[in-house]
Ligand binder design. Sequence first.
Ligand SMILES: Cc1cc2nc3c(=O)[nH]c(=O)nc-3n(C[C@H](O)[C@H](O)[C@H](O)COP(=O)(O)OP(=O)(O)OC[C@H]3O[C@@H](n4cnc5c(N)ncnc54)[C@H](O)[C@@H]3O)c2cc1C
Ligand code: SF4
Ligand code: SF4
Ligand code: SF4
Length: 343
Amino acid sequence: MKFDKVSFEETLGANVVEAEKCVGCGACVVVCPFSCLEYNGEGPDLVKECRVCGICPQVCPKFEWSRPKLERFVFDKEAKVEDEFGIYRQISVAQTTDDRTAMVGQDGGVVSTLLSFALKYRLIDSAVVSGIDQQRALYPVPRLVTTPEEVLRCAGTRYSYSPNILALTDAIKQKSTSVAFVGTPCQIRAVRKMQLAGLKHSKPVKFLIGLMCSECFTYDGLVKTHITGALGLNPSDVRKVNIKGKILVESKAATKTIPLAIAKKYARKSCQLCDDFSSELADISMGGLGLNGWTFTIIRTEKGEKLFSSAVGGGYLNVRSADEESYALNLLTKLSKRKRKAL
Ligand SMILES: Cc1cc2nc3c(=O)[nH]c(=O)nc-3n(C[C@H](O)[C@H](O)[C@H](O)COP(=O)(O)OP(=O)(O)OC[C@H]3O[C@@H](n4cnc5c(N)ncnc54)[C@H](O)[C@@H]3O)c2cc1C
Ligand code: SF4
Ligand code: SF4
Ligand code: SF4
């Protein structure tokens, strides 16, 4: 593919980073063929003179993208007005049948079950997920995992940003040929843009598993200021953080809560400009949507449908119809519409 010869400074530098729209996905850093960009923990730093190849603007989820073009690329059609949370083939509510996964999963443990299933049956050789930093509890770090054991160690949600795309570099180094990528809607869009541009880091990606996402919170705000400071908890003692109308912080001793209205002050600024709640370009999208112990699952592509139905057929997942989940469905529609209006 030929790219317009434009520089980082005149594209992403001026229109995304300086405009405070950068979500920190890391896609530009990963694709630069001249290693001009480094990830500074929040976004890209230009560390060498840009060679004006024009590749990084092609992958940024916040720069010049066309929804219809990406929809045609992924689904061979464009969403209609009535597709309020994007194109899909079926929706379902699902839950793992494995007790260990149920213990560590955020909602129904469906993401981790699909990854373990796909690794076991060699549908993939690795998966990009988010693990936890060894030194800092609750601090998310991108990981490339290759075994169901590692998948389980990375299960659950961390509500600070994890630039999972950075782990695609490890996939290339390890010569992975079939990768499942788990990420937030902004990351799913970036990986689709990488695929559309035919870039090497996206070549091994076989499945895109998108998470639903209202926003991410800064680690300093949510974990240091609030969980450690205001709630007086040691982050290492926190077993799980979940959002069900409010933030629930579950530790060995008790579950403490943070009202969402208070937590909002720790939300990242760039997330306020986000227009995708449900990972509309993923093969399968998953969220909790107020359910307890179940994952709301939107199966969007044929590939996603085959993976999901094989796991159900193999007895790895329990499923029930989503049609009666009116609360979750209404929430999904409301949050998707609200985000689309945010721009
Ligand atoms: C930042 C964030 C915000 C979210 N907001 C909402 C919301 O508003 N409403 C809603 O319904 N659902 C939301 N979700 C999705 C929800 O928390 C669950 O991930 C989803 O329901 C799947 O649950 P599960 O039990 O099937 O997943 P699990 O089996 O527990 O697997 C979860 C996967 O997510 C990965 N992961 C964990 N943290 C991150 C991260 N920060 N970035 C990228 N990947 C990560 C893990 O490595 C794991 O592979 C959010 C998720 C994230 C990461
Ligand atoms: S990919 Fe690298 S060399 Fe190419 S425009 Fe971006 S920063 Fe410059
Ligand atoms: S590709 Fe991602 S990290 Fe790079 S400028 Fe765009 S949003 Fe920021
Ligand atoms: S709210 Fe949007 S920009 Fe922020 S992490 Fe979620 S998908 Fe990315």
